[in-house]
Design a protein around this ligand. Structure first.
Ligand code: ANZ
Length: 867
């Protein structure tokens, strides 16, 4: 151990040992308790950003802690290596996506290693490798044969910028989740997986999960279970009853307020009424199809429709009601037809208002008044609101009316309870090159067949010249094949990359397994994941798909658990200040933090900001570190300057894991200073410790030593609690720092008990090890411990030490602290007061003045108010 702390030397020394000894390689061991800790795998975008660093540091801290508890810990890592950015980079730099991706992986792998994460590198996965995607092709065929996959021409979300289809989940507020271009609707042939078959289970099993409520709620809303009824209405053509159509409603108690029927443009009846020849209809369809909004925005579009001139018969009043074709009724929800109740539904109201359709209110307000529906539909209807205008249902509340109406209509067999879901089947084909090929072949006779298992994987050609067109589309050499001697064509769409990330966590349990997708025995040993860590942005897509995949894998017998991950932690973002200046064209130029100079006033407000070229900068506030605002900090630079341990410590100390961190170089400096302090403390004391290493004789401790020992074990207790029960790592670190300060105080004393200092320092080093493993490795070694810290257990609390016999009471005079007194735990207030009066240093206060009042807070403070 050198006198001065050089993070770089320490870290490369320790990382070398880990690498050589394969310290974190694990095998299945039925005798040991397993712990599977997983951080979401990175996309190899080029280099690690601070968001990655935070995610992976949290995972590593938790993993190392569980290792110290004696558990068999699996912490793997891999690369989510397919995806669009590789194609864009290929176009820009004229290199094949595969080359770009692999180069990035190499860079990022080095960075991960420099952070000292305890990964089992023997299980590393790269999803663009044929060894990996072979098995998802195999799985696709398996579930296709089970009826869980189908191909359909549908209207899909289309990103005109990325020129590919997006799943519903990939459209956020009408924008592409990746490039934020406005999405469009387009009709194309797509492969789908029937996630809807699992809707009920995906919803119900949320209850089992120890996941943040926010994520569970988002999933629940996305699945969108709705309990309602289908009601059949008779349809009259040319004064004759001709058809029955079903509408879906969740509010059938409003049936007496129905003033029209609304059909979607794709409803079978719509097509029947208007033959293609009808120009009015054709124009309307064309107009509707050109509306470039996603489904989520449908309710807010301008309502439009055409009156069909056809009527439906109201099933209770038997009156004729008009049938309209509308642009706001979705084809794929419910039955694609609605009963319009404009008084009580805003969308229906907007439509009725526009076309002068009757609006009839049938439910009173909460206070019994008649609703004002002049400007809006009625809002805030509750189940106990009373009906009016509703013939023999008048005076019933909504619940009673719903029951009565149901009973009446069910006698005629025209009402049925139905459960609907918002969740749609997952469209998994992408019109992109850089993805796993879908293992399907199109025969000349129009038949579609799957690739024989013996021919898997269908390998994606890698060393290619890349153009903006879908490369597979123009690569006839690859596309044209012979199947059973007949010329045939390969599918040129590739899988949505969310497929790869839906099952990688299983493959880690048997990463090198050659005989199948999953080695069931190993998978069942490790699964479910005990702790999963990732960003909240994955709340719906990835976290839903991977639950779905797990259930399908269970149903084909490859795993036995119901859910992939028991516990989920969503880490907060890393934020930084952003600055820019506008150039002559009005373009914003975002300046990297390393080039920004800021002057502050006394209150810490920014007075002036400028860059290296002296451009006056505009402060844009604090926001997530991002490429678009150029406000990211390169982790490698921080590691180079201060070391990985400092970065790890800062990241874990700056805020509770689920909240945002504000980047502060001063915080980094503080963390570094703390590590230096521990280093020099250990350096100073290692000689004494060497000499006096005996077990502590607890009977010989004096009062102050007892108190010190109490503090040591109280800290272990607190930190353990913070780790285990609360996952509150920042407070754990704060407690370790406090104990360190106490050690510093202790060594200033004359009679130092070196054994106690050793106990304190050792506990500090052990508790810090999950956060800053490199420095702790060396410090531990320097304390003459034979066993490497990598194999030492988490410190345990000595209950005896916690039976505190003494404590410190603060003595205040007129509210100011004047003294600290050591008192026995059983001392009464009288004894304590007497002791204080006997104290020489306090004599001067009590001789001159009389005591007016005394405030006593047992075990904490005593305050004398003097006259
Ligand atoms: C009558 C009614 C009266 C409705 C009222 C609401 C309020 P959730 O709860 O989200 O499932 N609806 C049904 N199918 C539709 C479709 N294909 N496109 C657009 N809207 C559709 O929503 C169910 C409600 O959404 C249904 O209940 C129906 O309007 C509408 F005061 O029927 B309601």
């Amino acid at each position: 151990m050198k006198e001065e702390y050089f993070a770089k030397n320490v870290e490369s020394f320790v990382q070398n040992i880990w690498h050589k000894k394969k310290t974190y390689k694990v095998l299945e061991n039925q005798k040991e308790k397993k712990y599977y800790c997983l951080s979401m795998l990175p996309y190899p975008s080029g280099s690690l950003h601070m968001g990655h660093i935070r995610n992976y540091t949290i995972g590593d801290v938790i993993s190392r802690y569980h290792r110290m508890l004696g558990e068999n810990v699996l912490q793997p890592i891999g690369w989510d290596a397919f995806g669009l950015p590789a194609e864009n980079a290929a176009l820009k730099n004229n290199i094949p996506p595969a080359v770009w991706t692999k180069e990035n992986i190499n860079v990022m792998k080095r960075q991960l290693k420099s952070m000292g994460f305890a990964y089992d590198w023997s299980r590393e996965i790269t999803t663009c490798s044929p060894d990996y995607y072979k098995w998802e092709q195999w799985f696709f065929i398996k579930i296709l044969k089970k009826g869980l996959v189908y191909k359909k021409k549908t209207s899909v979300n289309w990103c005109p910028n990325d020129k590919t289809v997006l799943a519903n989940e990939q459209v956020i507020n009408g924008l592409c989740w990746r490039c934020e271009a406005k999405t469009e609707k387009k009709k194309i042939n797509q492969w789908f997986i029937r996630i809807t078959k699992y809707a009920e289970e995906l919803l119900n099993d949320l209850k089992e999960l120890d996941w943040p409520d926010k994520v569970k709620k988002m999933q629940k809303n996305w699945i969108g279970r709705s309990e309602g009824v289908e009601i059949f209405f008779d349809i009259i053509f040319d004064n004759k009853k001709k058809e029955k159509i079903a509408i879906y409603t969740t509010r059938h108690e409003t049936i007496m307020g129905v003033t029209y029927i609304g059909l979607s443009i794709d409803h079978p009846l719509t097509k029947k009424i208007f033959f293609k020849k009808n120009q009015l209809f054709k124009d309307f369809i064309k107009e509707c199809n050109s509306i470039k909004v996603s489904e989520s925005d449908f309710s807010s579009i301008e309502k439009k429709g055409i009156n069909t001139g056809i009527f439906a018969i109201h099933p209770i009043s038997k009156k004729k009601i008009p049938v309209w074709i509308t642009n706001f009724v979705l084809k794929e929800y419910g039955t694609g037809a609605i009963m319009g109740v404009p008084a009580h539904d805003q969308r229906d109201w907007e439509f009725a208002k526009k076309y002068g359709i009757k609006i009839k209110s049938v439910i009173l307000n909460n206070d019994g008044s008649i609703p004002n529906i002049k400007y809006n539909a009625q809002k805030n209807i509750e189940k106990n609101n009373i009906l009016f205008n509703s013939d023999h249902f008048n005076d019933l509340n909504c619940t009673e009316a719903a029951k009565n109406i149901f009973d009446i209509l069910s006698k005629e067999n025209i009402i049925f309870r139905k459960i609907k879901y918002r969740l749609r089947d997952w469209s998994i084909s992408r019109q992109r090159y850089w993805g796993a090929p879908i293992p399907v072949i199109y025969l000349k006779n129009g038949k579609i067949v799957t690739v024989p298992e013996s021919e898997l994987p269908v390998i994606l050609p890698e060393n290619i010249f890349y153009s903006s067109k879908n490369f597979l589309k123009t690569n006839y050499k690859w596309q044209k094949i012979f199947f059973n001697g007949e010329p045939a064509l390969r599918e040129i769409d590739t899988f949505d990359t969310f497929i790869e990330s839906s099952w990688y966590y299983i493959r880690y349990t048997c990463a090198n397994y050659k005989n199948g997708m999953v080695d069931t025995k190993k998978a069942n040993y490790w699964l479910p994941i005990d702790q999963y860590i990732g960003g909240i942005e994955h709340a719906i897509m990835h976290l839903m798909y991977f639950r779905f995949f797990h259930k399908m894998l269970r149903d084909i017998g490859l795993v036995c658990s119901n859910e992939p991950a028991k516990k989920l932690l969503c880490q907060g973002m890393v934020l930084n200040h952003a600055f820019y200046y506008k150039d002559i064209n009005g373009q914003r130029n975002w300046i990297s933090p390393s080039e920004v100079h800021v002057k502050y006033d006394q209150k810490g407000n920014i007075i002036k900001a400028y860059d290296n070229k002296n451009n006056q900068l505009i402060y844009d506030g604090i926001s997530k570190m991002s490429k678009s605002k150029n406000n990211g900090i390169d982790p490698s630079l921080i590691i180079q300057k201060y070391g990985a341990d400092t970065l790890r410590l800062f990241i874990m100390f700056a805020a509770p894991v689920e909240l945002s961190i504000e980047w502060k170089e001063s915080g980094i400096i503080g963390a570094h200073r703390f590590l230096k302090k521990i280093w020099s403390l250990t350096y100073q004391y290692k000689e004494h410790i060497k000499k006096e290493k005996k077990s502590i004789n607890l009977n010989n401790l004096n009062d102050s030593e007892q108190l010190f020992r109490f503090k040591i074990h109280k800290t272990i207790e607190k930190v353990t609690h913070d780790f285990h029960k609360r996952q509150s790592f920042n407070t754990a670190i704060a407690s370790i720092m406090e104990l360190t300060n106490e050690v510093v105080q202790q060594i200033k004393k004359k009679n130092i008990n070196h054994l106690l200092i050793n106990e304190a320092l050792s506990s500090i080093i052990l508790m810090l090890y999950p956060f800053t493993p490199h420095i702790c490795y060396v410090l531990w070694q320097s304390l003459e411990n034979e066993k490497s810290i990598d194999y030492v257990s988490w410190p345990t609390v000595d209950k005896q030490a916690l039976q505190q016999k003494k404590y410190i009471l603060i003595v205040q005079i007129n509210g100011k602290m004047r003294f600290k007194i050591n008192v026995n735990i059983h001392d009464t207030r009288e004894t304590i007061t007497k002791k204080i009066f006997d104290e020489k240093k306090l004599e001067k206060y009590f001789i001159k003045h009389k005591i007016k009042k005394t405030f006593y807070l047992p075990r904490k403070i005593i305050n004398f108010v003097l006259e």
